[in-house]
Write a protein that binds this ligand. Structure first.
Ligand SMILES: Cc1cc2nc3c(=O)[nH]c(=O)nc-3n(C[C@H](O)[C@H](O)[C@H](O)COP(=O)(O)O)c2cc1C
Length: 177
């Protein structure tokens, strides 16, 4: 199984990428192939809504976004990884999600497995992830993604703050996804 991680943090050694590393260990221990795309270091521009692609063609942007779309189409599973930025995913990740537009039909036809790993400074159980969770509900429904698990890290403001149980949860998600 090929897993593509869309990693949306600008911190290579930050909290979400720390849990992504655990996820990757679990996945590799279970014999899965993992590729991590560092979206913050990639050259990606926003969807212009120009409809050149007609939702099923080539994007007019000439950047890494097109290669990432090809990699998604060659994968069996996507992991969305991001810090919480103003109670949403980071702009780095959202920009790539918007670029799905050029291949929406082809991506959704694959019924890809999908998971989420996010980290937030906040610890409130009730609302830290309330909007984000709804967002992934509808994104997964629209894109026909098969939900394989979401880790919503709370009290994860810095790497040293990450509660230990999230390491195990991330490893298990990678192993079982
Ligand atoms: C621009 C920005 C916006 C943030 N917004 C939130 C927020 O809305 N809620 C929250 O709990 N933490 C917020 N944080 C804190 C980060 O989510 C938190 O520090 C996270 O661990 C960073 O992840 P990373 O190390 O993977 O980049 C924000 C941080 C930044 C830089």
């Amino acid at each position: 199984m090929k897993i593509l991680v869309l990693a949306g943090s600008p911190h290579k050694k930050g909290t979400s990428n720390t849990l992504v590393e655990e996820f990757a260990k679990g996945a590799k221990d279970a014999g899965k192939e993992v590729e991590i795309i560092d979206l913050a270091k990639s050259n990606i521009h926003p969807c212009l809504g120009c409809d050149h692609c007609g939702m099923n063609g080539d994007c007019i942007q000439k950047d890494d976004g097109n290669e990432i779309l090809d990699k998604i189409l060659e994968s069996d599973c996507i992991l969305f990884a991001s810090p919480v930025y103003y109670y949403n995913v980071s702009a780095q990740l959202k920009m790539m999600i918007d670029r799905f537009y050029a291949k929406t039909g082809r991506i959704s036809a694959k019924h890809l497995k999908a998971g989420v790993i996010m980290t937030a400074w906040n610890s409130d159980e009730n609302w830290t992830y309330s909007a984000i969770d709804k967002y992934f509900d509808v994104l997964f429904e629209y894109m026909h993604f098969v939900d394989c698990g979401r880790i919503y890290g709370k009290s994860c403001g810095t790497v040293s703050m990450i509660p230990k149980h999230y390491y195990q949860e991330a490893y298990e998600l990678g192993k079982n996804i």
